[in-house]
Design a protein around this ligand. Structure first.
Ligand code: BF8
Ligand code: SF4
Length: 645
């Protein structure tokens, strides 16, 4: 890519570690995600519009809604049906990914309950008992272990078909639950909604695009108020409720003189045992014998977020950094579990001494060494993996080691419990600050990186505009890492906030951008929104809240967007989903859902304009609640500019 040398790399990202590593990758002829995107261009127009279909062998088909080409697939499906089916399948894939992750954690809780593992234990008995009470599990006179077994058994039902309603959805305000009842979207069973989504999208089943999309909402809700929420709640029970702590972010967290182990993926089960094994004196001694000063763990993606917010393990980067982390030449092992791990990492690793170690039997990677993770033997496997990494230190080529930047400090770990704790135990101070207008509202900025958007630009510019205008920002996933790298997740960033939000943050000693965890932890945002709504006696859709996924790429993000909107929160996407081939579907998602769920989607790639859309929305909600509000029309909408990609 001759044209992309020098400053060309700056068009790909706003972060210096990315630029520097891209320069090296380019020099060494190592292909990255950006190069592969360039080779794919122009990408298929039908697929971008969502009007291609390969669901059955009469196809593949594509319809041409805006031209003279075919208007129907071989079976007769038109653009509306094809777009709606494709979208529902995306939602189901995303919801299944989160929910299957939740299932893995649930099975671990069950093992703990049955006494079949000595690796994991109940770290938060209080939270275990609160959850047990929600599920009607008897706790009086019962041990933690007995409660864990009984709660796990009950939660396993959430995945099945005996329930009419998912119990955790009972956390939503009554008004919200009534909307779900009325529209037939109350999630029943996690697996059930996902299997039904696949059934409905088989050729010749559900051919009503509205009906398909309503099931999309129900499938998304089974993730948000089901599978993901189980993943979050049980991870807290087993590994601890996150509390505020300081750490650091970007590739500068790697250490030139230590064994570097990267934890990449989503499931904290394995990373917990790796963290323990890396502290094992025998392993540290072995590292010293190999000439290293110690063992350094660093996170990537959402496994990184899990260990960051519970244990303060530093974060090497977000989604687009996975190949570039290896290009530092300083990574002895990249340990992967599942989700968002590009198959490309094993190719990049071949150019270095880095070992990629896959660990889940459901997620194998050609070119990786596979060590099958068994929770019953977690400790032993943790030590085995760390030993492999330590022994690999001697294969490092010191001349190729380049760690590009100094780490950026961050404050993380704002679980709902921690936020309410910082506020003195009740939502009152936050509610009062919102009522007075010191804080105008709150926005969840979440989701991925996508090489179609200059890395981190969407997250960081949107967040800056929001906090400047006294809107509290909560972040998860790769959006959190973007903001952390940009220096917005330290208490000193209160200076970059407006006077109202800034003063609140200074009084509490917290950043204006609160890190709430990994992507399954978006459910923490739901729980917080429900708590605020219940506190005020209103529905979630009445609150001055919004969501944004400025750089999303994954099916999981589609599922998240879907449950956020179906929970009553307006959501702005920075990347267009593949729906624009059906004007009917677009109209429903961007307007019609207002009458169904009291919230809609918007698509706006320009973060300045996205911020204006969100500010207008928040002021409208404030006015409707009778709170002091700005005239939304006076919030200027910047001219659209084409973003450099
Ligand atoms: O679950 S934000 S790129 S790492 S999908 Fe993936 Fe997106 Fe990152 Fe986490 Ni979430
Ligand atoms: Fe074509 Fe219909 Fe089969 Fe899709 S389901 S591939 S539109 S025939």
């Amino acid at each position: 890519m001759a044209t992309l040398g020098g400053n060309g790399f700056k068009r790909r990202s706003i972060t210096s570690d990315t630029w520097q590593m891209l320069e090296i990758a380019h020099r060494e002829g190592i292909e990255t995600v950006w190069d592969r995107l360039a080779k794919q261009e122009p990408q298929c127009g039908y697929c971008n519009l969502g009007t291609s279909c390969r669901i059955c062998a009469m196809g593949p088909c594509r319809v041409d809604p805006f031209g003279d080409g075919p208007q129907k697939g071989v079976c007769g499906a038109d653009a509306d049906i094809i777009v709606a089916r494709n979208l529902l399948r995306m939602i189901a894939a995303g919801a299944s990914s989160h929910s299957d992750h939740g299932r893995d954690i649930l099975e671990t809780l069950h093992r703990v309950g049955e006494g079949k593992t000595d690796v994991y234990k109940i770290t938060e008995p209080g939270k275990l008992r609160r959850l047990a009470a929600e599920y009607g599990v008897e706790t009086d006179g019962k041990s933690d272990q007995q409660i864990a077994a009984a709660l796990a058994w009950e939660m396993m039902e959430d995945y099945g078909m005996r329930r009419k309603k998912l119990p955790l959805a009972g956390r939503a305000p009554k008004a919200r639950q009534e909307i779900w009842e009325r529209t037939g979207t109350f999630p029943r069973g996690i697996d059930r909604e996902n299997v039904e989504a696949l059934h409905r999208t088989h050729m010749g089943v559900d051919n009503d695009w509205v009906n398909l999309l309503l099931h999309g909402a129900r499938t998304g809700l089974s993730d948000g108020w089901g599978g993901s929420m189980i993943a979050t709640e049980l991870s807290d029970v087993l590994f601890g409720v996150p509390t505020p702590k300081t750490s650091s972010m970007n590739l500068g967290v790697l250490k030139a003189d230590e064994v570097n182990i990267i934890l990449h993926g989503h499931n904290p089960m394995l990373s917990e045992v790796i963290v323990a094994a890396a502290q094992d004196p025998e392993m540290i001694k072995l590292a010293e014998e190999k000439g290293a000063q110690g063992i350094n763990l660093a996170g990537l993606c959402c496994t990184g977020n899990e260990v960051l917010m519970r244990k303060g393990i530093p974060m090497a980067g977000n989604h687009l950094m996975q190949e570039l982390a290896i290009v530092t030449g300083a990574v002895e092992a990249m340990i992967v579990d599942y989700q968002c791990i590009m198959p490309a990492v094993t190719e990049t690793a071949k150019c270095y001494h880095t070992k990629v170690i896959s660990t889940f039997d459901k997620a194998k990677f050609p070119g990786a060494e596979h060590i099958s993770f068994d929770p019953a033997r977690g400790r032993e496997i943790g030590v085995q993996i760390v030993r492999l990494a330590v022994e690999n230190y001697t294969n490092r080529v010191p001349d190729r080691v380049f760690i590009p930047v100094e780490p950026e400090p961050v404050m993380v770990g704002f679980s709902v419990e921690a936020i309410l704790g910082a506020l003195g135990g009740t939502p009152d101070p936050l509610v009062n600050a919102i009522k007075e207008g010191k804080i105008r509202g709150a926005v969840g900025v979440v989701g991925c990186n996508n090489p179609k958007i200059r890395q981190d630009l969407g997250h960081v510019e949107l967040t800056k505009r929001l906090i400047e205008n006294d809107i509290l920002v909560v972040v998860t996933g790769c959006a959190a890492v973007a903001n952390g790298k940009a220096g917005l997740m330290v208490p000193e960033a209160a200076e970059k906030a407006g006077g109202g939000l800034g003063a609140v943050c200074k009084a509490l000693g917290i950043p204006p951008v609160l890190h709430m965890g990994s992507c399954v932890d978006n459910t923490r945002i739901l729980v917080l929104a429900a708590a605020l709504a219940n506190h005020l006696g209103v529905d979630i859709s009445a609150l001055p809240l919004a969501g944004a996924a400025p750089e999303w790429y994954s099916e999981k993000a589609v599922a998240i967007g879907c449950y956020v909107v179906a929970s009553g929160i307006y959501t702005v996407l920075g990347i267009a989903p593949p729906v624009f081939g059906s004007p009917n579907v677009v109209k429903l998602l961007t307007q019609g859902l207002q009458d169904v769920f009291g919230a809609t989607f918007a698509v706006e790639p320009d973060p300045e304009r996205a911020a204006a859309l969100i500010r207008r929305h928040i002021e409208r909600k404030r006015a409707a609640l009778g709170l002091p509000a700005l005239d939304p029309e006076k919030i200027a909408m910047p001219q659209a500019e084409l973003l450099p990609v």
